[in-house]
Design a protein around this ligand. Structure first.
Ligand code: ADP
Length: 474
């Protein structure tokens, strides 16, 4: 069986968030289960493409509106990532430094999808399944069924995975002129409330859709940024399959990004040594419990709740706790956090920016990971944290609810809170601090070992996707 994944991100080629982690791992694990997997990605001007041998395997052209766009398909020669990686390069349009946020982003992703299918048809590379991830690849199932030039792909089963339903790729109908010629009678499949909505088109046209946790699937029926009724109407073809993590990459005993590697036996020393390194780099006291946050500064992540809840905690528990935050995004959140860290320099460190290596070090160093997310389709941070012996303190939503079991119930190992408010986050921090005080070193060690041993690997979920592929092919 040959499965082609289309996506905008893939670790380590281009990463903005969890989408990249999934695309860097799922195809690899599927391959290990005997499936031939490929990933097709836009060619960005990133370190990976500059440092790897890419072979040009195809050259073609598409017309977007009246404009001719030449494209080439490059393949990473040695399948180093554990699957075949193909990059679509369109000079001037796709070969830029960033993955998102250009003013012509819609034009970029339209061209990517168009060129991708053009190549598959002309090169007669006809897979058994096409798997599309998020709105950036949302028009593919529509094109395959309703644009004549992709006739060769008609009838090929398609799967959509919704990693984040908040972003839908909306565009004005004027943009329709840039699409490949399609059966205009079918325009309604592209439309949602008077706009072209690629995520809506994806859900309408795919053969099956999945969400990255079961909890998130049921939440989408109630809150999906306007698409609730669509998700509900198409629910017969919906499946919740929780994300896994790449346990080869996220392995505390071999992770080259850590100051000190550790395993289940050396966990106490490992956590302590890594924490000392982080705290010494940021001038923090390493003897206190360390609570961290890693992620985008967005409302979705509850990042706006951090500054005030940390301020209250530091005021009320002076000298009892330290915080560290790694992230970037909303400028006003960034400046509030920086200002607060300047006022509490020994107890609160902030690193504004994206830094993969530092993220690994932070997961390994922390005692608690805080995630006050309003929306969390799956959430990978809590899984990485647990893998490195860090206790998750998370809001009970989406994938967080599915993967973290509260410590107050039988067999629990994390802390859950309900509301996305400063008071609730402050309350959760207080709970974490009380637990810290009341817990003996040995009990803490047992809990850390327990969470490190939890199985969040891709094995089960990769197999579930394969079952679904088989079902569709049959
Ligand atoms: P998202 O909604 O942002 O995709 P996920 O929890 O699914 O959230 O995945 C986030 C991924 O991005 C994790 O691998 C996390 O470690 C990483 N990450 C987020 N922010 C940063 C940052 N500032 N620096 C390094 N890694 C980050």
């Amino acid at each position: 069986m040959h499965v082609i994944h289309f996506a905008a991100e893939c670790y380590p080629v281009a990463k903005v968030g969890g989408l990249a982690d999934v695309l860097g791992a799922l195809p690899k694990y599927q391959r290990q289960l005997g499936i031939n997997t490929s990933v097709v990605l836009p060619f960005y001007d990133k370190t990976f493409v500059r440092t790897h041998y890419l072979e040009r395997i195809y050259e073609g052209r598409i017309y977007q509106g009246g404009e001719r766009l030449n494209y080439e398909v490059l393949k990473e020669k040695d399948d180093l990532l554990g699957f075949k990686l193909f990059l679509i390069r369109i000079p001037g349009l796709l070969d830029r430094e960033e993955v998102y946020s250009y003013p012509d982003e819609q034009v970029q992703f339209l061209a990517f999808q168009h060129a991708g299918l053009d190549w598959l048809c002309n090169a007669k590379m006809l897979p058994d399944i096409i798997h599309c991830h998020d709105h950036h690849t949302g028009l593919i199932p529509f094109y395959m069924e309703h644009a004549d030039q992709f006739d060769l792909l008609k009838g090929t089963p398609t799967i959509a995975t919704v990693h984040n339903g908040q972003y839908q790729g909306w565009m004005d109908w004027k943009m329709a002129a840039l699409l490949p010629a399609f059966d205009t009678w079918r325009w309604g499949l592209l439309d949602w409330n008077g706009l072209i909505n690629p995520l809506a088109a994806l859900i309408k046209c795919c053969w099956a859709y999945t969400t990255v946790s079961e909890g998130y699937l049921s939440e989408l029926y109630q809150e999906a940024n306007g698409l609730e009724s669509l998700f509900l109407a198409e629910k017969d073809k919906a499946y919740g399959i929780v994300n896994g993590i790449d346990t080869e990459l996220w392995n505390a005993s071999t992770d080259s990004m850590l100051a000190y590697n550790f395993n289940l036996v050396s966990i106490a020393k490992g956590k302590k040594t890594n924490k000392e390194k982080l705290c010494s780099d940021y001038g923090l006291n390493p003897l206190l419990p360390l609570i961290v946050f890693i992620g985008r500064f967005a409302l979705e992540k509850g990042a706006d709740l951090l500054a005030d809840s940390i301020r209250y905690s530091l005021a009320q528990h002076e000298g009892e706790v330290t915080f560290f935050i790694l992230g970037s995004g909303d400028r006003s959140i960034e400046s509030k956090l920086v200002e607060l860290s300047e006022n509490y320099s020994q107890h609160f460190g902030v690193h504004i920016g994206y830094n993969e290596e530092l993220a690994h070090q932070v997961y390994a160093s922390a005692d608690y990971l805080l995630m006050p997310s309003r929306v969390e389709p799956c959430g990978l941070n809590q899984l990485y944290a647990m893998r490195y012996g860090t206790i998750p303190v998370v809001r009970a939503t989406g994938g967080l609810k599915d993967t973290v079991k509260d410590i107050n119930i039988y067999d629990g190992y994390g802390m859950l809170f309900d509301e996305a408010s400063v008071e609730a986050v402050f309350g959760a921090i207080q709970q974490a601090l009380s637990f810290w005080k009341a817990t003996k070193k040995r009990e803490l060690g047992t809990l850390r070992k327990k969470i490190m041993k939890l199985d969040f690997s891709w094995d089960k979920s990769a197999a579930k996707y394969i079952e679904l592929y088989k079902k569709l092919i049959e």
